[in-house]
Design a protein around this ligand. Structure first.
Ligand SMILES: Cc1cc2nc3c(=O)[nH]c(=O)nc-3n(C[C@H](O)[C@H](O)[C@H](O)COP(=O)(O)O)c2cc1C
Length: 342
């Protein structure tokens, strides 16, 4: 059941003792609570992040609309965008009351819209301001406050840039967790999408951060898709954050609990998951809050990745005429088309 306007209900879960060994990246428009519901069925332990939410939207808008999440979705981190310490602190306090397990500050987003608001990746050039933001947030909540950033901005190519950023924050704040997208943000001319592919990945910079700041939790992100790659990175850093692969091929997470968290309870198979998603979608539609099948099904398109019938599954769940009926049975009908059932 979805948690609506009842923040205190989740408060008891605040003390969740989990590990950020693996996480799914915050992704605007993608990692909403429907996606996260699905991801949580596939992995019990992987840390999940919301989309970036503007502190102002929480402080001045309908906080419940942005902060609600499903029972069982934790461990869950809220990612905030902003650069005003007081506004970020207020939003963080609201989110903590809702039961989030972590508040993360975005210092890596290259979108021009975000730059205009003077937050996101351009904050990497303003470590002192970021420190003020983190301190204000940490004073307002008892849960960890973390930061996600790049290794530099524009053509800065020196390791020292990211080392100074992390060094300043670790000296001036209580922040212990740094999630590092291992490429620069080029703010002068690349689109956000290009900024996720074109600036070169420099994993060695992130490894070096861990060597030079062994007391910090360093999490690596960027271009990581396979279990072998994850295992390789974990030999150098504390955690791995996966973005696009966990969205386009969610079943990549199926073995993560066993392999990376030592939890050998049987993983859910496709059939079991399909039935859970069907029941969830039916419940959401029946609740009559304006949520439609399309809102959920769009996140399910990559689920059959690699199976025969995957194309048919995707086609049916993105067919406007079929979705118009707003009937969760479509999920079962699409599943019937998938030839190889495990
Ligand atoms: C559609 C989309 C939206 C994104 N939105 C955010 C965001 O809101 N906040 C953020 O810090 N990063 C955002 N990112 C970047 C990811 O968190 C991640 O750093 C990036 O995709 C690199 O990881 P990957 O190669 O595993 O995908 C977004 C990425 C994508 C593809």
């Amino acid at each position: 059941m979805q948690t609506e306007e009842n923040p205190s209900k989740n408060k008891q879960l605040i003390d969740y003792q989990g590990s950020r060994r693996l996480s799914v990246a915050p992704m605007l428009d993608w990692t909403d609570h429907h996606y996260r519901h699905m991801a949580r069925q596939i992995s019990r332990h992987t840390w999940l992040y919301t989309e970036m939410i503007n502190a102002g939207a929480i402080n001045h808008g309908d906080a419940g609309r942005f902060l609600r999440f499903n029972d069982g979705e934790q461990p869950l981190a809220l990612q905030l965008g902003g650069s005003e310490p007081a506004a970020l602190a207020q939003a963080a306090a609201t989110a903590a009351a809702w039961g989030y397990n972590e508040i993360n500050l975005n210092c890596g987003c290259p979108s021009p819209r975000v730059q205009k608001g003077a937050f996101g990746a351009c904050l990497m050039n303003e470590a002192d301001l970021v420190a003020d933001c983190l301190n204000a947030m940490q004073d307002a909540v008892a849960i960890p406050v973390t930061v996600k950033h790049r290794i530099g901005v524009d053509r800065q190519s020196d390791y020292q840039v990211v080392a100074d950023f992390v060094g300043t924050l670790s000296r001036k704040t209580a922040c212990k967790t740094f999630i590092v997208h291992a490429r620069n943000a080029w703010l002068d001319g690349l689109s956000p999408k290009e900024n996720r592919d074109i600036p070169p990945l420099k994993y060695d910079y992130v490894y070096r951060l861990k060597q030079e700041f062994p007391q910090l939790e360093i999490i690596i992100n960027g271009g990581i898709t396979t279990q072998a790659q994850i295992a390789g990175h974990l030999a150098h850093v504390d955690g791995v954050m996966v973005g696009r692969e966990a969205y386009h091929n969610p079943m990549v997470m199926r073995d993560w609990d066993a392999v990376f968290y030592g939890d050998h309870r049987p993983a859910l198979d496709h059939a079991g998951l399909v039935h859970i998603l069907h029941d969830y979608a039916a419940g959401q539609i029946a609740a009559n809050t304006g949520i439609t099948l399309r809102h959920m099904a769009r996140h399910y398109l990559g689920l059959m990745h690699g199976l025969n019938g995957a194309r048919q599954w995707r086609r049916m769940l993105s067919d406007a005429a079929l979705l118009k009926h707003n009937d969760a049975e479509l999920i079962l009908a699409a599943w019937a088309q998938v030839a190889v059932k495990d």
